[in-house]
Design a protein around this ligand. Structure first.
Ligand code: AMP
Ligand code: MG
Length: 345
């Protein structure tokens, strides 16, 4: 299969209508969103949705997020919309928030990964919305990467993983947020954050008051534990190189890297720091700037592989606000390896 690349930033581009028609016919089309690129299929077409799992090599029990372009498309997908969900939608939609509620019969078990719930998001990206409008149906769309690899934040990354396996990619340039949406479950008594993203815990608490943070956001699930969000239990975002996060000051980081540098050792650090390091560097954003760190973290993890790194020492990001999402992705890329540097290391 040859994957068509449709380059456009114009939501009125006629070729987006063709992309919509392709999706209605059961095709797979990668689309830009404000978070990362998604691999879309008609959420009501089980055969098409199976194609997503096949192209990505995604485990069948890992459910997909359903994307809408009009708030009216939400109610038919779920059994009911509680008041707090409506408040969140008013405040954060369209935008990088995914809400999980009990599913209606319209959502099949392929999309829900066999769960009784469905995750729904209304993206803000004008091209994503134009494609959903053109398809005329909600679109199931996980990140458009091969399962386990860093999520794609531009069309070339999509093609690197899925070129030849999908019908088309709509290329609208790099994504503005850079990490996937915040995933929030509203199925229990207390709202529960399953995956941190562009809408931060602080922002959610402003609307909700109470919010639980699933332990899987910070830690590795114990053997045999049931994941609230199945995606959290898989090895994720991992480059081929071994990544270790180093906790400590920049001076400690430099000293540790210098003492442990070998052939193929790289440092994953902030822009202002690169010049001071004794090994090749890959940059992810600026110091104390979670927004730029989020924008660049996935591209940086791919870069590590392209440059053939064997071992990567990474700077620990701040964990407040959007930084929690950056930390969550990076700690998975590092298979939860965090090394605390001592004062006199
Ligand atoms: P991705 O599509 O790559 O952004 O991943 C979607 C994330 O949302 C994965 O971690 C899924 O496990 C999670 N997810 C999707 N639907 C549900 C659901 N119904 N219940 C819990 N987690 C979900
Ligand atoms: Mg993903």
């Amino acid at each position: 299969m040859k994957t068509i690349r449709i380059r456009t930033t114009d939501p009125a581009d006629e070729r987006l209508k063709e992309a919509g028609a392709l999706l209605r016919r059961g095709g797979l089309v990668a689309i830009p969103t404000e978070t990362v690129y998604g691999l879309a299929a008609n959420a009501f077409d089980e055969a098409a949705v199976r194609g997503i799992f096949r192209a990505k090599g995604r485990p069948a029990d890992n459910p997909l997020i359903v994307h809408i372009s009009d708030i009216a498309q939400w109610a038919p997908l779920v059994t009911a919309i509680p008041e707090r969900a409506k408040l969140l939608a008013e405040r954060f939609w369209p935008g990088p928030l995914t809400m999980i509620l009990p599913k209606s019969d319209l959502i099949g078990k392929v999309v829900s990964g066999g769960l009784a719930t469905v995750a729904v998001r209304f993206p803000s990206h004008p091209i994503a919305r134009a494609v959903i409008d053109a398809a005329g149906v909600p679109l199931a769309a996980p990140s458009a990467n091969t399962s386990g690899r860093p999520s794609p934040t531009n069309a070339s990354d999509v093609l690197e993983d899925l070129g030849g396996k999908i019908d088309a990619v709509v290329d609208a340039g790099p994504c503005s947020v850079g990490v996937e949406s915040t995933v929030l479950s509203l199925c229990g008594e207390t709202p529960r954050l399953l995956r941190p993203g562009g809408v931060t815990p602080e922002m959610l608490r402003e609307v909700l008051g109470e919010l639980e943070i699933d332990p899987a956001v910070y830690e590795n699930l114990r053997e045999g534990a049931v994941a609230a969000s199945p995606g959290m239990k898989y090895k994720h975002y991992a480059p081929r190189a071994k990544v270790v996060l180093l906790k400590g000051s920049f001076a400690q980081f430099c000293a540790y890297v210098a003492a442990h540098a070998e052939e193929g050792t790289f440092a994953l650090c902030f822009a202002e720091e690169a010049a001071a390091l004794p090994v090749p560097t890959v940059i992810y954003g600026s110091t104390n700037d979670s927004a730029t760190q989020a924008q660049h973290i996935f591209e940086a993890l791919r870069e590590v592989d392209r440059r053939g790194a064997k071992r990567v020492f990474a700077r620990l990001p701040a964990r407040d606000g959007l930084g929690l999402a950056v930390f969550n992705r990076l700690v998975r890329a590092a298979a939860f390896q965090i090394l605390t540097l001592e004062e006199d290391e």
